[in-house]
Design a protein around this ligand. Structure first.
Ligand SMILES: Cc1ncc(C[n+]2csc(CCOP(=O)(O)OP(=O)(O)O)c2C)c(N)n1
Ligand SMILES: CC(=O)[C@@H](O)[C@H](O)COP(=O)(O)O
Ligand SMILES: [Mg+2]
Length: 642
């Protein structure tokens, strides 16, 4: 059991008002204790550690200076919010982080009044904060909105869309740029270089110097030419010109770990009336925990670990490979044989496996930063000019680029390949990261081919098939986690587009599976056979185009047909139903049922528990069949239909 740290001062803190009652001189000790508490908690829960350690001082300083929850504090992504949760009435539950029934791993409105806005997908904080700031302005309330956005999240277009509008908010909007020179991987692009120049070419701004500047600073409209020259000179010197031109008063760079200096700077900022302020805080991801500070990823995401050694409990190892590795290995093999294959990630090289691809083909891997919309249209441009781009974006994050998928890829019928990892339910990250909707949002698009891999062998075949598919857009989905331990074929098959496969022959019941629910479908078939119900299991492989011949055969030769998919309504099952209805296949009394994710956002839990809750495992498949056949749980006729 991890020894809990001694935290005598933190023990006196329930909510931020308790922090505000402290003497300023006590804040450094509070930060130390808060940091130890976060390390201890995450060592037993796992989760996001590095980002939170980097904002301990910012958390304490912001809550000390601003009147939260009246002043709205919005954390971008929200993965760094654990220190915030400890000091906002949730310390007693902090060791339930990301567990079923426990605290969310991100900020969440339903969890606390101190979480005015939910997060998890990045780059939303300034837009949301602007909403609160304008509401406060319209109501003539004094409340401010403070957005804390990381240097990675700041690379997304949405952040600039919000900054472009920020002037509206006047002094009610404060943006704190938390610059730790890290995304999940090292950050990329020109903004990163601009920030690095800014930090390297300037000493930290002192509270006294800031106060002098603010005192001497005239409101923009009154500013004369001299003032403007001074501002540009300052901007050039400080590099804040970019933000100044976007309408912010740039304050920085400041030391994001000097809590007393932060407090004074924030107090200056709070009193200023110079319009939207952008404070450039320089921090260190993983700050204060040596194993995190010294690791390449700064312990961005960790499993349970030993606090003393930092050693993570990753299990015995040697099990089946993660799907992202299977994907990467397959793509590397294709790229070895075809120099037109390129790969694109939106700041997720490790999670997608493209870090492996980049090691093998460094000139053909592109990390565009947190910029999914750009990634898709960038891929479309490459495809339009004869390349074979593989856009590897998690299912949930691809949602952000849907118009680019429709407008730039589908309508133009460009051969962009989409590798959608984390399809289906993802466990600890909860509803914001579930890949529930990609079948619904892609299968409705003309020209698209949409596949779902049932296991690692199928994924290998599908990557090969995608590499050969030049006639239009094609996507494959596969889940978070590891394969079934099946041998990966040396020579992958090129699958016939739109053709599924029978994996088990039967007569009475047909289970039409799409994706990795196949394993549960096969278990269900065993259970049904034991009740005397002969069961066929098919892996349809393609959600679009459907294997209509196979579906027609199954639906006209079995009494019951059940579709199963790890996706929300509107995907595979819906399209099978549409086909069955169009062809009158359900007119003659066929019992057809679709099994899919519930019409609900499921909170975090283990994937197994989530799929049980979603009624998408073997017992529920059996139950669906028995109810359709009006049989009880042991398969005996009851005459009662479901
Ligand atoms: C739209 C979107 N794309 C990708 C991610 C995955 N992601 C989570 S945190 C992160 C890096 C964020 O970097 P930064 O904003 O600098 O925060 P830090 O972790 O450095 O504190 C990424 C890419 C996401 N949450 N949302
Ligand atoms: C906070 C965030 O969005 C990422 O860190 C995400 O949690 C990664 O998900 P995986 O752990 O499935 O790669
Ligand atoms: Mg960062």
């Amino acid at each position: 059991m991890t020894q809990r740290p001694e935290t005598p001062l933190l023990d006196t803190i329930q909510v931020p008002a308790d922090i505000r009652r402290l003497d300023k001189s006590q804040l450094p000790q509070l930060c130390d204790e808060l940091r130890q508490e976060v390390i201890s908690a995450v060592s037993v829960t796992g989760g996001h550690l590095g980002a939170g350690l980097g904002v301990v001082e910012l958390t304490v300083a912001i809550h000390y200076v601003f009147d939260t929850p009246a002043d709205k504090l919005i954390w971008d992504v929200g993965h760094q919010c654990y220190p915030h949760k400890v000091v906002t009435g949730r310390r007693d539950r902090i060791r339930t982080l990301r567990m079923g029934g426990g605290l969310s791993g991100f900020t969440k409105r339903s969890e606390s009044e101190y979480d005015p806005f939910g997060a998890a997908h990045s780059s939303t904080s300034i837009s949301a904060a602007l909403g609160f700031a304008i509401a406060s302005k319209l109501d003539d309330r004094p409340q401010r909105a403070i957005a804390v956005i990381g240097d990675g999240a700041a690379t997304a277009g949405m952040a600039f869309e919000a900054m472009n509008n920020a002037a509206e908010a006047g002094s009610r909007l404060i943006v704190i740029l938390n610059d730790n020179d890290m995304s999940i991987a090292p950050p990329v692009g020109s903004l990163r270089n601009a920030l690095a120049r800014l930090v390297s070419s300037n000493k930290y701004l002192s509270p006294r110097k800031l106060a002098a500047r603010l005192a001497g600073h005239l409101p923009k409209p009154m500013r004369n030419a001299a003032e403007r020259i001074e501002e540009y000179a300052r901007g050039m010197m400080t590099g804040g010109t970019l933000f100044e031109e976007l309408g912010f008063y740039y304050v920085g760079p400041v030391d994001g770990h000097d809590v007393l200096s932060l407090v004074e700077i924030l107090e200056n900022v709070k009193e200023s009336d110079h319009g939207p302020m952008l404070i450039h805080a320089v921090t260190q991801k993983g700050k204060g925990y040596a194993p995190a500070e010294s690791s390449a990823d700064k312990y961005h995401g960790v499993v349970k670990f030993d606090v003393v050694t930092g050693k993570q409990d990753k299990g015995p190892g040697g099990g089946p490979p993660a799907y992202q590795k299977v994907f990467a290995d397959a793509l590397i093999a294709e790229a070895n044989a075809d120099d037109k294959i390129v790969a694109i990630t939106a700041a997720m090289p490790g999670g997608t496996g493209l870090d492996l691809f980049g090691a093998a083909h460094p000139t053909r891997m592109f990390d565009v930063g947190i910029a999914e919309q750009h990634a898709v249209t960038f891929a479309a441009g490459l495809a339009a000019d004869g390349y074979r781009p593989f856009c590897a974006i998690y299912s949930t994050f691809l949602q952000r680029a849907y118009d680019q998928v429709v407008h730039d890829v589908a309508i133009q019928n460009l051969p962009v390949r989409f590798a959608m990892d984390r399809a289906g339910l993802v466990g600890a990250d909860g509803a914001t990261h579930a890949g529930s909707f990609d079948l619904a949002y892609l299968c409705t698009l003309p020209n698209f081919v949409v596949m779902a891999a049932a296991d690692e062998v199928e994924l290998t075949h599908m990557v090969h098939t995608m590499a050969q598919h030049d006639s239009g857009p094609i996507a494959v989905r596969y889940p978070r986690g590891n394969g079934r331990g099946l041998p990966i074929p040396e020579v992958p098959e090129k699958l016939e587009i739109g053709k599924g496969r029978i994996v088990r022959e039967g007569k009475t019941v047909a289970i039409l599976s799409l994706g990795t629910r196949l394993e549960e479908a096969e278990k269900a078939a065993e259970q049904l056979e034991a009740m005397g119900l002969s069961t066929t299991v098919a892996d349809l492989r393609f959600a679009k185009p459907l294997d209509e011949a196979l579906i027609r055969k199954l639906l006209t030769t079995h009494e019951v047909a059940v579709t199963v998919e790890e996706a929300a309504v509107g995907g595979f099952g819906a399209h099978v139903l549409t086909m069955a209805s169009d062809e009158g296949l359900i007119d003659a009394g066929l019992k057809l049922r679709t099994m899919r994710l519930p019409d609900a956002f499921q909170d975090q839990d283990s994937p197994a528990k989530q799929y049980d809750e979603a009624k998408l495992n073997a017992p529920h498949i059996v139950d669906t069949v028995l109810k359709a056949l009006r049989r009880n749980s042991v398969g005996v006729e009851t005459g009662v239909s479901a």
